[in-house]
Design a protein around this ligand. Structure first.
Ligand SMILES: [Zn+2]
Length: 391
């Protein structure tokens, strides 16, 4: 009976009467096209949003780029991305005790960097040197490079940064010829000199696994790679992600007295594999720069990883002043607030970068809520130890 009466009621309603009770907007009759780039969904979750304006403990940012080296002239020259006085007030507000400028260059550029950042502010900025890769073509490169490390140490450099250039860009004739492998023997004296000089090696090897796959609809970083196709290492003569890491592991084994800080968590998508490295090789640590997007989307595995390796994880952001091409790295107070929120709170489903669309892949992250004991180590104690500072 009830069904019949309902049907009768519906049958009695005219089209105009139905229009009167419909929403003002015409209902969509068929799916509308929407470009992926225009899709900016706002989360409807009502969840805790914590602003961590200041880190709970003083922070050493072990991974920043305050300068790059300009190689276009006769001698390498420092290209500063900011002035110390522009950065220091933000550092104070964020409880950022020190920034390590990894790309401190080599030769005259290194000296410029030391004079600009470290000499006037020894407690706030540390400068690393880099291998002078363009000299690789010279016959005595191995010895030259080792001598450069000893000289850099004398000048005040605190460590050595090795860009992913080694393994992915540096070739026999610098930019042409075969790719030079990470474990090429011409660098052996450099790795040894670093160990003897107690200079940690901050090394970036390979890139996210998606960078080695075709830029297609299955690639989880499609938008990022589609916008920067030159970031892809798919095809040509590039080694695989695995081969690159394996070559670096051979270097680590061969130089047990040298300490290697594996930047970007080594290989952040595969914490099981990184854990094996940390278990096997005591001369390694990892740094988290530009990878909270990866850690924060696997919060339970990441939390266990921080528990287990709490003495070997360093805070870093990969911050670049004016680094607009990579929103997850733009130096600024917002960037630090996101990192602090990730490490200190248990907030759920928030953006890992200060950008309208997650730039490294369309997902959001979950905070780890680390206890004070671990936070202290990750924020500064682990880095301070490597830099030979008082904790
Ligand atoms: Zn970097």
């Amino acid at each position: 009976m009830l069904q019949i009466s309902r049907r009768n009621i519906l049958a009695g309603l005219t089209a105009s009467a139905l229009a009167g009770i419909a929403p003002a907007q015409t209902p969509q009759s068929k799916p509308q096209p929407l470009d992926l780039k225009d899709f900016e969904p706002k989360s409807m979750l009502h969840v805790q949003e914590t602003l961590v304006a200041k880190a709970r403990f003083p922070v050493i940012d072990f991974h920043t780029h305050l300068s790059f080296t300009n190689t276009s002239g006769a001698a390498p020259k420092a290209n500063f991305r900011a002035k110390p006085e522009e950065i220091l007030p933000s550092m104070d507000r964020k409880n950022l005790r020190m920034m390590v400028n990894l790309t401190g260059g080599y030769g005259p550029a290194l000296e410029e960097n030391l004079r600009y950042w470290q000499t006037p502010h020894p407690d706030r900025f540390a400068v690393f040197t880099e291998p002078w890769f363009s000299k690789i073509v010279e016959p005595n490169y191995a010895q030259f490079q080792a001598d450069q490390i000893v000289q850099a140490k004398k000048l005040g450099a605190r460590g050595i940064k090795v860009l992913k250039t080694l393994g992915l860009y540096l070739r026999d004739n610098v930019t042409t010829g075969n790719l030079i492998k990470i474990d090429d023997p011409r660098f052996d004296q450099m790795w040894e000199a670093a160990g003897a000089s107690k200079m940690p090696i901050a090394i970036h090897t390979s890139d996210p696994e998606a960078f080695f796959l075709p830029i297609d609809r299955f690639n989880e970083r499609f938008e990022e790679l589609n916008a920067h196709p030159n970031w892809s290492f798919n095809g040509r003569d590039y080694p695989s992600n695995r081969e690159l890491h394996e070559a670096r592991l051979r270097v680590i084994v061969r130089h047990p007295k040298t300490h290697f800080v594996l930047l970007h968590v080594g290989n952040a998508e595969d914490l099981t594999w990184v854990s094996e490295w940390l278990d096997k090789y005591q001369n390694t640590s990892v740094e988290i720069g530009a990878r909270i997007g990866e850690l924060g989307r696997q919060p339970r595995a990441a939390r266990k990883f921080f528990d287990k390796y709490q003495d070997r994880i360093l805070f870093g952001t990969d911050a670049v002043p004016q680094g607009f091409e990579t929103p997850q790295q733009i130096f600024g107070e917002k960037l630090y607030e996101i990192y602090y929120r990730f490490l200190e709170t248990e907030d759920e489903y928030f953006d890992y970068a200060p950008a309208p669309v997650p730039p490294q892949g369309r997902w959001r992250i979950y905070g780890l809520g680390l206890p004070d004991k671990i936070l202290r180590k990750v924020y500064h104690a682990n880095a301070a130890r490597l830099l030979g500072m008082k904790i």
